[in-house]
Design a protein around this ligand. Structure first.
Ligand code: PBG
Length: 303
C-alpha cells in the first residue's frame, strides 16, 4: 500500500536483433536468452513480448554487407526496413521503434563517416537523416538516434516533418556514455570499432553536469523522449534528468548489465530473478518512465 514505485510490463521496450536468412535464431553467447534472428523468428519473439504486455520493441539490424558509408542502413530494402513492415503487418498493435545509427552497417564499426581517424559529424548527420526517413517510410512508429552526433535530432525532425511524418516522435539517446558495458551488444550487433573507440562522440563517464547540457540540446532540437544510457551505473544521471526536465525519460539497461546478472545467476552466486527486479525497480525509482531491457519478457512474466 505504501510502495512508491511500481514496475509494469508497459514500461518496457524490448530490443531485437534482426538478421538476414530464414529460420535463424542464433543465441548471443555473452547474452543468454538473446538472439540474432531472421524475420519470421523476430516476429514470433515480438508476439511473445506483446502477449506478455510489453508494448514496444526496438530494432537493431545486422546487414549482409557492411561498407565504409554504411549504405545498408538507409537501403529501403534493408533488413530493418523489411523487419518494420513485417512486424507492423504481423503483430497487431505492436509499437515499433528503430535504432538509428551507422555502427552496425559500417565496415569500420564506427557510428559515422570516417575522415582521417575521426568521425565527421556533419557528413554523418546527413546519412542518419536518410536512415531515419527510410525507417519512417517503412512504417516505424518512432525513431531513436543512438549515434551521439551533434545536431542530429534537429536535422531528423526537420526531415521527418518535411515528408509529412509529423506524428513520428524521436527518442534520442541524449546522455550516452562511452561505456565498457556495451561489450556484449557489440558482439550481438557485430559492431566493435575496428580502430580507436567512441570517445570523440560518446560522453565521458565521470561527467554529470554535461549530461544536462546534452539533454537540453536534444530537447531544444525536438526530442520527445530523452534517454540515459547505460542505466545502472548512471542512476544519478537519470535522477538529474528527471528533476531538470518535464518530458519522458528512458533508461537503457544495456547488454553488459544484463550479462552480469545472467552470469552470476548461472553460477548460483545471486538470485537472478530478484536481482533483475531490483535493478529495474531502481531505474524507475531514479526517475525513468521507460526502460529498454533485454529482461523485458522475463520481467513481464514475473509481473
Ligand atoms: C549503437 C548502439 C549501441 C548500443 C545501442 N545502440 C552500441 C554502442 O554505442 O557501441 C548498446 C546497447 C547495449 O549495450 O545493450 N550505437
Amino acid at each position: 500500500m505504501l510502495r512508491e514505485t511500481s514496475l509494469e510490463p508497459s514500461n518496457f521496450i524490448y530490443p531485437l536483433f534482426v538478421t538476414e536468412g530464414s529460420g535463424v535464431r542464433k543465441e548471443i553467447s555473452s547474452m543468454p536468452g538473446c538472439y540474432q534472428e531472421s524475420l519470421e523468428k523476430c516476429v514470433e519473439n515480438a508476439k511473445e513480448a506483446k502477449a506478455l504486455g510489453v508494448p514496444a520493441v526496438i530494432l537493431f539490424g545486422i546487414p549482409e554487407r557492411k561498407d565504409e558509408m554504411g549504405t545498408s542502413a538507409y537501403d529501403e530494402n534493408g533488413i530493418v526496413q523489411r523487419a518494420i513492415k513485417e512486424l507492423k503487418d504481423s503483430v497487431s498493435d505492436l509499437y515499433v521503434i528503430t535504432d538509428v545509427c551507422l555502427c552496425e552497417y559500417t565496415s569500420h564499426g564506427h557510428c559515422g563517416v570516417i575522415r582521417g581517424r575521426d568521425v565527421d559529424n556533419d557528413e554523418t548527420v546527413k546519412l542518419l537523416v536518410k536512415e531515419a526517413l527510410s525507417h519512417a517510410r517503412a512504417g516505424a512508429d518512432m525513431v531513436a538516434p543512438s549515434d551521439m552526433m551533434d545536431g542530429r535530432v534537429g536535422a531528423i525532425r526537420e526531415a521527418l516533418d518535411g515528408e509529412g511524418f509529423t506524428g513520428v516522435p524521436i527518442m534520442s539517446y541524449a546522455a550516452k556514455y562511452a561505456s565498457a558495458f556495451y561489450g556484449p551488444f557489440r558482439e550481438a550487433a557485430e559492431s566493435t570499432p575496428q580502430f580507436g573507440d567512441r570517445r570523440s562522440y560518446q560522453m565521458d563517464p565521470p561527467n554529470r553536469r554535461e549530461a544536462l547540457r546534452e539533454v537540453a540540446l536534444d530537447i531544444e532540437e525536438g526530442a520527445d523522449i530523452v534517454m540515459v544510457k547505460p542505466a545502472l551505473a548512471y542512476l544519478d544521471i537519470i535522477s538529474d534528468v528527471r528533476a531538470a526536465f518535464d518530458i519522458p525519460v528512458a533508461a537503457y539497461n544495456v547488454s553488459g548489465e544484463y550479462s552480469l546478472v545472467k552470469a552470476a545467476g548461472r553460477l548460483g552466486w545471486i538470485d537472478e530473478e530478484r536481482v533483475m527486479m531490483e535493478c529495474l525497480t531502481a531505474m524507475k525509482r531514479a526517475g525513468a518512465d521507460l526502460i529498454l531491457t533485454y529482461f523485458a519478457k522475463d520481467a513481464a512474466k514475473l509481473l
